[in-house]
Design a protein around this ligand. Structure first.
Ligand SMILES: [Zn+2]
Length: 236
């Protein structure tokens, strides 16, 4: 198995920014103005709010090659509309995967920056999967017994939508990897679990992070890594 980053995401709203947004209220003109300011500044700094996308390559298994959270929709207006779809397909092609080659799209949750609802129709041989207990709209329940021994999937609620996370073994590096989606948006988010802010249900989110760590440790590999939904990978 080979796990290849298609792109590493970056965060448009960090925990401290979210405090400013909360202070401005929910869906108020003030909150919209704060968001517009943050987005304009971040885009000028080269950050577009994209999510992390991964390619999982494996031969001889009907679920692979697969992508995790392939969406290229993000806060940058340049990457909305058809450009984000074209960018997703082009990124696959760059890695040697034609749209018809992809067998599975594993989604963490239904926010458009992770799951672009237009993509399944353009990936004619890919089925969209998520953890059966997550009940993510537009995704089929992933049959746990169909997974290879080097992969698992966890139901990880807390972010605010149904959400699941994926774990992959990379024994060649003695490493277990969690593709955490927005359960862990960034390393800063991981370090601020006392006041996580990116969770609609903080208790559920913290319980999901504990479950994710327990699952990583249960792989019995020397090293453990979290790949956040909007940041660079880090070891735990
Ligand atoms: Zn999200």
């Amino acid at each position: 198995m080979e796990i290849i980053p298609i792109k590493y995401g970056n965060l448009m709203g960090s925990p401290d920014m979210k405090a400013a947004l909360f202070a401005a209220g929910t869906s108020t003109p003030e909150a919209d103005a704060v968001w517009d300011d943050l987005a304009a500044i971040k885009i000028r700094m080269g950050q577009n709010g994209a999510s992390t996308s991964l390619l999982i390559k494996e031969s001889g298994h009907s679920l692979f090659p697969a992508a995790v959270d392939l969406s290229f929709i993000c806060a940058d207006p340049q990457m909305r509309g058809e450009k984000s779809v074209a960018a997703a397909l082009a990124a696959l092609e760059t890695l040697g995967i034609a749209p018809g080659d992809l067998k599975s799209l594993f989604v963490t949750h239904s926010h458009a920056d992770h799951f672009d609802p237009r993509l399944p129709a353009l990936l004619p041989n890919a089925r969209v999967f998520a953890h059966p207990d997550s009940r993510i709209p537009g995704a089929e329940p992933l049959e746990m017994s169909s997974l290879p021994a080097w992969m698992s999937c966890l139901n990880t609620p807390g972010h605010g939508t149904p959400h699941c996370s994926y774990i992959f073994d990379a024994p060649q590096w003695d490493l277990a990897i969690a593709a955490a989606g927005d359960l862990v948006m960034s390393h800063a988010h991981y370090l601020s679990m006392g006041k996580p802010l990116a969770y609609a249900d903080p208790e559920a989110g913290r319980a999901s992070v504990r479950a994710l760590l327990a699952a990583l440790y249960a792989r019995n590999l020397k090293y453990r890594m979290i790949i956040p939904g909007h940041d660079m990978p880090f070891f735990v």
